[in-house]
Design a protein around this ligand. Structure first.
Ligand code: ADP
Ligand code: MG
Length: 207
């Protein structure tokens, strides 16, 4: 699979459209353990991306992905804007620096995850988006080259988002709730899962 502009556009649109469709759910999750804006934040960012999708995918792949990140930083706001923004900026930079798709996908994804962890001063286990992104990265590394990689990534993303429910939040707004953060899925973990699932579905349709 080579990432032609049409393919890149299709993947980006799939992710953005699915997050927009999930905004009500993300809002509900953030109402439970945050301030209720995660759905609106992500919807705003994804709409901005869809509005300039043609210009984004006309760029070389690394710059296109970096431009996704910059758009998210400028439009999403909250904690999640700079964090998702960092993910795509660092992933795009990894590609610009010479990493290739699809063969270096795990390294490219790793650059994004490292940027989120650095920006958020966070790591897996703190009930955040990293509790989906880190297990997905692990699967990309361990199961690279397997014919069922996409299905495995999909399953891990879903299970990992669910697994944030019993966790105690120690980062972000949810951490202000202490023990009361327990029992709810983390909104950012869920939005990461929605993004990963949308990409998996689109890749399956293309393969
Ligand atoms: P805000 O918390 O500012 O209202 P959002 O509601 O848009 O921003 O995003 C909240 C999500 O951001 C959380 O559910 C969590 O997944 C993620 N998040 C918050 N702080 C951090 C952090 N330090 N590291 C990683 N992810 C974080
Ligand atoms: Mg919020």
């Amino acid at each position: 699979m080579r990432l032609e502009p049409a393919m890149l556009a299709s993947l980006i649109a799939a992710g953005a459209e699915q997050v927009i469709a999930s905004a009500p759910e993300l809002t509900r999750l953030d109402q439970a353990i945050g301030d209720g804006d995660h759905g609106a934040n992500m919807k705003r960012g994804c709409e901005a991306i869809l509005n300039k999708l043609d210009a984004i995918v006309a760029l070389p792949t690394g710059q296109a992905i970096k431009s996704l990140g910059m758009t998210l930083v400028m439009t999403v706001g909250g904690a999640s804007g700079p964090l998702y923004g960092s993910f795509f900026i660092a992933s795009g930079e990894a590609i610009t620096a010479g990493r290739r798709l699809p063969e270096d996908l795990a390294e490219i994804f790793a650059a994004g995850v490292a940027a989120v962890a650095a920006r958020g001063r966070s790591r897996a286990g703190e009930k955040t988006m990293l509790d989906v992104l880190v297990p997905v990265l692990e699967t990309l590394r361990v199961d690279a080259g397997r014919p069922d990689l996409i299905q495995r990534v999909r399953a891990v993303a879903g299970e990992s988002a669910e697994r944030t429910a019993p966790m105690l939040a120690t980062k972000g707004r949810a951490s202000f709730l202490g023990e009361r953060s327990i029992g709810h899925i983390d909104p950012g973990a869920r939005s990461s899962c929605v993004l990963v699932h949308a990409i998996c579905t689109r890749l399956e349709a293309h393969s």
